[in-house]
Design a binder for this molecule. Structure first.
Ligand code: IYR
Length: 230
């Protein structure tokens, strides 16, 4: 029997979906290869100033926007910045917050926990990376009649989109890191974002600098992160 392209479900049109299917041995190989490939991703803090074509950035953002979201509200906006003057302003503003962070706001324990990563209040990557992608969460939407309605599971939705974006950046052969200056309000201000948008994560995106070094880290084993209930 022919499978119809669409059918009505509770009054709404649904389209036929054909999931990708693989043989079990192929699934095993694909899942292992995917892990090995993803496990090569590292947060990189030193960038080359080599330009990255805008279309690659667009594809990365489109990939992020395939994320599932509460009621499919897609409660995100991405600002992609290559303008040098704006990047300088953003770096200066971020470093004001970071200086306060490292000198006043962060506990000693927090700074001890960070010591092995080698971070400090200086954020040259905000200027050096060819692109900054700043993910904003859209806390609410403004309807045509001016009334507001809240979005759902905004942190979860935008968090998932950001994770998928990190994977897309890795897939393109580029690097990033998750920069979360706190508080982040200066980002919405400098980028003149509307009142319903709040900065979520800043991602510098570009090529890693030549001969770059990253902290020596281990990832937790399957037994440390997973309990099976079989
Ligand atoms: N936001 C600061 C501090 C920082 C905090 C965590 I948790 C990190 O994993 C890394 C840095 C900064 O960007 O330096």
């Amino acid at each position: 029997m022919d499978t119809p392209e669409t059918k009505m479900v509770k009054g709404y049109e649904h389209v036929n979906y054909e999931p990708l299917r693989y043989e079990e041995n192929e699934m095993l190989e694909r899942s292992r290869d995917y892990f090995n490939w993803l496990n090569k991703r590292r947060s990189v803090r030193e960038f080359s100033d080599t330009p990255v074509p805008k279309e690659i950035i667009e594809n990365i953002i489109l990939s992020a926007s395939t994320a599932p979201s509460g009621a499919h509200k897609q409660p995100w906006t991405f600002c992609a910045i290559s303008n040098a003057n704006l990047k300088s302003k953003l770096r200066k503003a971020a470093e004001v917050e970071e200086k306060l962070g490292y000198e006043v706001r962060m506990s000693d324990r927090w700074k001890e926990d960070l010591a092995h990563l080698g971070t400090d209040m200086h954020k040259p990557f905000i200027e050096n990376a060819p692109w900054l992608i700043i993910a904003f969460k859209r806390v609410y939407e403004i309807d045509d009649d001016g009334s507001r309605h809240n979005n759902y599971y905004v942190n979860e939705s935008v968090g998932i989109a950001c994770g998928m974006m990190i994977s897309a950046i890795h897939n393109a052969g580029l690097v990033t890191l998750t920069h979360t200056p706190s508080p982040m309000n200066f980002l919405a201000k400098l980028l003149e974002r509307p009142a319903n948008e709040r900065a979520f994560i800043l991602f510098p995106v570009g090529y890693a600098k030549d001969n770059v070094y990253v902290p020596k880290l281990d990832r937790k084993s399957i037994d440390e992160i997973c309990h099976f209930y079989e």
